[in-house]
Design a protein around this ligand. Sequence first.
Ligand code: PMV
Length: 314
Amino acid sequence: MKSIASAPAKIILFGEHFVVHGTKAILAAIDKRVTVTSSFTDNNTIKINSELGTIEVPISSSYEVKSEFKPFIFLANKMIISNQNVNGLEITIDSDIPIGVGLGSSSACCVAATASISGLFKELSSEESLRMSIEAEKTIFPDSSGADCTVCTYGGMIEYPSIEKIDNTFDLNLVIANSMIPHNTKNSVEKVNKFKEKEFLRFSRLCELETKLIDEVITTMKNNDATTFGLKMSENQKYLEEIQVSNDTLRGMISSLKEISLGTKITGAGDGGCIIALVKDENMDKVPALLPKDKECFSAKIDTKGVVWSTIEE
Ligand code: PMV
């Protein structure tokens, strides 16, 4: 039997970084996916095939592997240990989510891998599956807020920590532009922790402002007011500038889209990665020409399905 699960990428519309320190955040799953396929083997190993390479290691929770493989090894060992009659697993990852650029590739992998591997044994509830995927993500990023795995699991747009889907009343024409500078979420989060230690009052104030901003965003959506929504995105970018997760490249990209967008900001950890812009329909075609030649961009649609799981009998 093959157990196949796929999970969507995500964007953070409001609240990245502050969410690690307890504020709410607004996130959406988007139409790029990772698919994880798992099957039993008789090799007494865990084998992982991905675009980052192939590894095959003995079944043992103490076996050290490169960080990007850790969540899969963790999940495989966890399931094997609680299900005695298993002699090995093979896990294959196929992804169309760019890696390390703030689109939640590792969270989507953790969510899809949890559903795929556990699906060989028993179907988990969404709550159990989410809990396990966050545990897996914490093997590489212990400070994770859990927001990314949550939106990848449930899909749609959510006001984290709630999993209720937000009904957006206007069409969000979102463009994602990749700075092509890979980032490291762990390092950016540690940098923000240091900022918080040094500038505690300023940081607390920014958390309050973020909370207020998110409440206002919910109202703008209820009022069908895309213009104010865009302004709030740009306001959020100011807070991200203050906590120093932006840089000249990202600022340059944001300013090149200024004339045609209602609002633009970093999405994800920053220090590289992607920006998102809310763009009016008639301006969508103008985006590529405005960005520097070496940047990639695409328009994103909101994914409503979240994680999807199926099996194939062989
Ligand atoms: O850049 P990404 O996709 O790893 O997103 C990180 C989002 C943070 O808020 C910075 C961290 C978190 O766990 O929420």
